[in-house]
Design a protein around this ligand. Sequence first.
Ligand code: AMP
Length: 200
Amino acid sequence: MRIILLGPPGAGKGTQSARIVERFGIPQLSTGDMLRAAVAAGTPVGLEAKAIMESGGLVPDAVVVGIVADRIEEADARNGFILDGFPRTVAQAAALDRMLEKKNLALDTVVEFAVDEDALIGRIAKRASETAARGEPVRKDDTPEVFKTRFEAYRELTAPLSAYYASLGMLETLDGMKPVDEVTGDLMATLERHVETTAS
Ligand code: AMP
């Protein structure tokens, strides 16, 4: 199963991805995680991405598309994957379409978590303070100021993807404001439906 999770930062994509990994045994490919690893390792990609990420902007499409193209070649992605945080622009979505077409693969579905902005800002602040309380380092881009920039990038560049995938008949929208376990329930029901459709 190949799926995309869409939704603004703080919408719960990471949390729900972990549950899909557990349930379906497919890997979560998070471009944010991959870029953070590149920054930590000081690779050329990391050096290019660091300041952009810290300011809440988007890393150039070509860089991210390259990382994903390499990652989906790996053995664990052969039977499917969850894309979390990618695509984030219509150009990335088009590049993904081409990438998959070349490999004769198709996406199964795109699940969008609909949430409201004020609630998200609250969630991000909570995540940052809980992380700090555990004595763990807080992501530099999880401060309320940078979060605002990330959200603006989402609204301007990523939100149009909903219409893109809706026009392809691929978009499933879930209420991301429900309690986390209820969102998981809705998500699993949606994915099970796609598994059945694919199998039949
Ligand atoms: P995330 O962990 O998905 O919130 O991503 C953290 C940061 O990594 C974003 O604010 C961007 O700077 C960068 N990033 C992650 N995924 C992408 C992407 N698909 N395109 C561009 N930048 C990305």
